[in-house]
Design a protein around this ligand. Structure first.
Ligand code: SAM
Length: 269
């Protein structure tokens, strides 16, 4: 289940908050430290309902994975910015439908590898690597990725809650474009993102991320998020508010942050 040459346990970097740990804290997990909780407080102070965004996003991911495996027939998943293990991990959701589904988790936070390794011991279908979205070609060429996934055959690329952490000057469109162009016909891309639906709360929250010391957290407009899907055929209902994407019995009927998050799934034709 694990694929890396570093075998030393990785000590968490406590000099600054980590996106993965702050997200875990906001989701109600246990893998966070004081510095992360303080960062989270930066945007919870800005908007007390902010933690609901994480829950709505996680719910969208759950429905998206189920669609991809159950309805679209996908059996290989590349999950970039996978986050720390939490309730309802992508490989667990996929394996509940088909245990042979292969999953590679990619995250630049070494804590994800450390925790993932323990979770995935003995699981030959799932691996985790430490790599950065900002070097997409290296991810696609990584021996663990190419060892477990056949990238010439349809797979699902998951970019859930990660692209929002790329600043405008980090070439987010070039990076996502590289990954999108590498998708073979029949592959899918799920992408979810903080949304600036022309409301002041988006600006307030963006400032909260900065104040919390996280540094990144971009709220992009509909047209800016839509551009990430350029050239893909959108799966119904398209790019929509997170909770409007194929809601099911587990989707909250009303969310206080309904208009602050968007997501969708595109298919390469
Ligand atoms: N995908 C999960 C989900 O939607 O529930 C977790 C989302 S969490 C908000 C974002 C994750 O992306 C964190 O675990 C963070 O470490 C990771 N991340 C942020 N920037 C990254 C980068 N440049 N390369 C790789 N991972 C990154």
């Amino acid at each position: 289940g694990t694929g890396t040459s570093q075998d030393d346990p990785v000590a968490p970097d406590l000099s600054r908050p980590s996106i993965a740990r702050v997200y875990d804290y906001v989701l109600g997990g246990k893998q966070h430290f004081e510095i992360d909780r303080r960062a989270a407080q930066g945007f919870i102070d800005a908007l007390p309902d902010a933690p609901v965004i994480a829950k709505d996003n996680r719910n969208l991911l759950r429905r998206g994975v189920r669609f991809l495996v159950e309805e679209a027939g996908i059996r290989q998943i590349l999950d970039i910015g996978s986050g720390l293990p939490t309730e309802g991990n992508v490989h667990e959701l996929a394996h509940a439908i088909d245990p042979s589904t292969r999953v590679v988790y990619v995250d630049n936070d070494p804590g994800v590898l450390a925790h993932g390794r323990a979770l995935l011991a003995g699981d030959a279908t799932t691996a985790v690597i430490t790599a950065d979205l900002r070097t997409p070609a290296a991810i696609l060429a990584d021996p663990v990725v190419t060892g477990l996934l056949d990238l010439s055959r349809p797979y699902a690329l998951l970019l859930s809650g990660i692209v929002q952490h790329l600043a405008d000057d980090e070439d987010p469109y070039g990076i996502v474009g590289t990954l999108r162009e590498a998708l073979p016909a029949g592959a899918y891309m799920l992408l979810s993102h903080f949304l600036d639906d022309d409301e002041p709360r988006a600006t307030t929250l963006e400032r909260g991320f900065l104040q919390g010391g996280l540094g990144t957290g971009r709220f992009r407009r509909w047209d800016e998020i839509r551009r990430f899907f350029d050239g893909l055929e959108m799966v119904e209902p398209g790019l929509v508010y997170a909770n409007d994407w194929r809601p099911d019995a587990g989707t909250p009927a009303e969310s206080p942050v309904h208009t602050l998050y968007a997501g969708g799934v595109g298919r390469k034709v």
